[in-house]
Ligand binder design. Structure first.
Ligand code: ADP
Ligand code: ADP
Length: 227
């Protein structure tokens, strides 16, 4: 699913952001990625999404070897990952329904598929009654649920969430992670970057700690959550 083998990554200006990272996340896993600011978390995500290419080592995601990915393979590769951002990134002048439908339309999905899938994922995210509203009319927590619905609608094997609760009130933050947990139970692999220690302690599970470009901890921790 995700396999980083001896991965190092250096930015143009010489900053060594990742130093010999080895990391495997198997099909169906849920993993938190934690670490201080500047530790290298975003750099890992950039490599996984193929926004950057490793300086050395191998990056394999969903069966694609990203070191050797051809430009024409990039669209299919990107579609195999659902991405959720801290700042939601919804399209402001589109309804909730159309924000989700758009993710399918760009893949040339049939009208029939769109009419089936969009209401289905909106229902899953408990948003059916908000379908005709615009992003500015709903709360941050709801906007993030729209982003989750959008990430989910193409049924990707992997969802990558970059600080998905960073802009949400704590009471709703837990709800977002619970939804990610529920999605994970249906088989989707989830990698979630967060700096919220209390949340990681509550949910528990595989926790990967990155510091100064290296993996300093990678193990399962117990949590209070019983999902
Ligand atoms: P995190 O996401 O954990 O906060 P990053 O992956 O963003 O950490 O940063 C890792 C290191 O790379 C830091 O030293 C940071 O300053 C540096 N860095 C991040 N982005 C760039 C960039 N575009 N150019 C140069 N250095 C960068
Ligand atoms: P198309 O045929 O262009 O795929 P539809 O005929 O399904 O679109 O819908 C037209 C528009 O009506 C959509 O773009 C959307 O704005 C709205 N719409 C359709 N179904 C729903 C729904 N279940 N809830 C809210 N809005 C909807």
């Amino acid at each position: 699913m995700i396999d980083l083998i001896d991965v190092s990554f250096q930015y143009q200006n010489g900053t060594e952001a990742l130093k010999n990272i080895n990391l495997r996340v198997n099909n169906g896993e849920f993993a938190f990625v934690v670490g201080s600011s500047g530790a290298g978390k975003s750099s890992i995500l950039k490599l996984l999404l193929r926004e950057e290419i490793a300086t050395s080592g191998q990056v394999i995601v969903n069966g694609y070897n990203l070191n050797r990915l051809k430009n024409r393979q990039i669209p299919n590769f990107r579609r195999s990952i659902g991405v959720v951002f801290q700042d939601f990134r919804l399209i402001p002048n589109m309804t909730i329904y159309d924000n989700v439908a758009f993710a399918l339309r760009v893949t040339d999905a049939s009208v029939k598929t769109i009419r089936q899938q969009v209401p289905y994922v909106l229902e899953l995210m408990n948003l059916k009654h908000k379908a005709r509203m615009y992003p500015y009319e709903i709360s941050g927590g709801e906007q993030q649920r729209v982003a989750l619905a959008r990430a989910l609608v193409n049924d990707p094997p992997l969802i990558v969430a970059d600080e998905p609760t960073g802009n949400i009130d704590p009471e709703f933050s837990y709800e977002i992670v619970e939804m990610l947990k529920a999605i994970n139970k249906c088989g989707t692999t989830i990698l979630m970057v967060t700096h919220e220690h209390d949340m990681v302690k509550y949910f528990g599970g595989r926790t990967i700690n990155i510091e100064e470009g290296s993996v300093v901890f990678d193990d399962y921790i117990g949590g209070a959550y019983e999902g």
